[in-house]
Design a protein around this ligand. Structure first.
Ligand code: NAD
Length: 383
């Protein structure tokens, strides 16, 4: 294949193993977007709807292909019965709200896939967007709690990060407890602030940083945490660095200057360069793969399929500790990085449990053999 820039859509799809790509456009609604289904081998594909500014359509396609494949691996290693998909919408300013007409056109396109792709929130998307999609299709998750959705996933995601930290503590020195461990959190947003609370409750020493320093200082007024300036947080000496801001944190420039023993955080796509996992391993820094650590978000959504309950979601997310431990043990056994081990485990699960492609109307793992026609159990009828 030639360069990514000139590659045709189908050559990119075959290279990545993608099942389907759907282009969506509507002149009146101002919609231009791409829905990518990477895999339905383990069940219907699920992934966020991203509203983002792209320089051109090809960049949007590449993002959809890359992100949908990542969702396949994330769901597979998390033990979920679903595959990976993604929608990207070319949108000049992610903060500019979407109107109902656009959401309905997009929702109808998602509906036409009959459940092969389940929409979720992603960068730039809001619960209001999910509600707009859900007006016209049952295949939207993350809708408002009042509509049977799972609401804000960040407390559950933060809980999952702590479970992963226990496994990492055990791998570092045989001690899963976080008591007395020094943790630096990059990003005091939704996940970061919940994470700080949970870590303090477990006796860790916590520092926070945020590009918007007022967010970090506001948290420090509420909790016994110290604040580190945003440009220094990644390099602060600590046991565990928890990236909970944006992706692309670890590259040739940052890795040589790190002073942590392990990296365990919620941010997506933390590795900013090919081979960054190898560089971290060479420096003796234990990197817990982001898509293993932050799976709490989609484990939370999966609870919608059986009738959402926050306590059950928090119980389900506890399995991230075992998953992380298995990834680290596999890495040690095969002398590969944890990232390679996680990808290997995901692909092995798809190969052993995957059943080709999921078709509309087929049952999904959570329907007890019934044809899947909607995502959430019908609300109990009122007497
Ligand atoms: P958020 O927007 O609420 O918080 C991110 C915070 O990071 C913001 O306060 C922002 O100001 C700060 N930030 C940005 N760049 C920074 C930098 N260079 N240094 C320090 N701080 C910086 O987002 P969130 O919902 O807390 O999610 C955090 C990360 O976790 C994202 O990468 C997200 O994709 C990922 N994630 C979140 C969830 C979830 O449940 N919310 C689930 C899975 C993955």
């Amino acid at each position: 294949m030639g360069s990514l820039k000139s590659a045709t859509v189908t050559s990119l799809m075959t290279a990545g193993g993608h099942e389907q790509v759907v282009y969506v456009a509507d002149r009146d609604a101002g919609l231009r977007g791409v829905i990518a289904i990477h895999s339905t081998a383990l069940g219907p594909s699920l992934g966020g709807v991203r509203f983002w500014h792209y320089a051109n359509e090809h960049d949007a396609l590449l993002d959809a292909l890359r992100l949908s494949e990542a969702m396949t691996l994330k769901a597979a290693v998390a033990g979920l019965h679903q595959g990976g998909g993604k929608t990207v919408v070319m949108w000049d300013d992610p903060d500019r709200p979407r109107d109902t007409a656009l959401l309905h056109v997009l929702g109808r396109a998602i509906d036409s896939l009959g459940g092969r792709y389940l929409a979720a929130e992603d960068v730039g998307a809001t619960t209001a967007d999910m509600d707009g999609l859900a007006d016209v299709t049952p295949w939207a998750t993350g809708v408002d709690v009042a509509r049977g959705g799972s609401g804000d996933p960040s407390p559950v995601t933060a809980a999952g990060v702590v479970h992963a930290m226990h496994a990492v503590g055990a791998a570092l020195d045989g001690e899963p407890s976080l008591r007395g461990r020094r943790v630096v959190i990059q990003g005091a947003g939704h996940v970061g602030s919940h994470l700080a609370r949970r870590l303090l409750a477990e006796g860790a020493e916590v520092s926070v940083s945020d590009a918007l320093e007022s967010r970090a200082t506001a948290l420090a007024r509420e909790l016994p945490v110290t604040v580190i300036p945003a440009d220094r947080a990644v390099f602060a000496p600590c046991d565990i660095l928890a990236p909970c801001a944006l992706g692309g944190v670890f590259d040739d420039e940052t890795i040589p200057r790190l002073a942590c023993r392990a990296i365990v955080g919620a941010a997506n796509n933390q590795l900013g360069a090919v081979g960054a996992d190898q560089q971290l391993a060479r420096r003796g820094i234990l990197y817990a793969p982001d898509f293993v650590v932050n799976a709490g978000g989609i484990i939370n959504i999966a609870e919608e399929f059986v009738g959402y309950d926050r306590d059950r979601a928090l119980a389900s997310v506890a399995r991230i500790e075992d998953t992380t431990a298995r990834v680290l043990a596999t890495a040690a056994e095969h002398d590969v990085t944890p990232l390679e081990a996680a990808e290997r485990l995901a692909r092995e699960r798809i190969a052993s449990e995957g059943s080709g492609r999921w078709e509309p109307g087929s049952p999904a793992a959570w329907t007890n053999g019934e044809p899947l026609r909607r995502l959430r159990p019908a609300a109990p009828s009122r007497a």
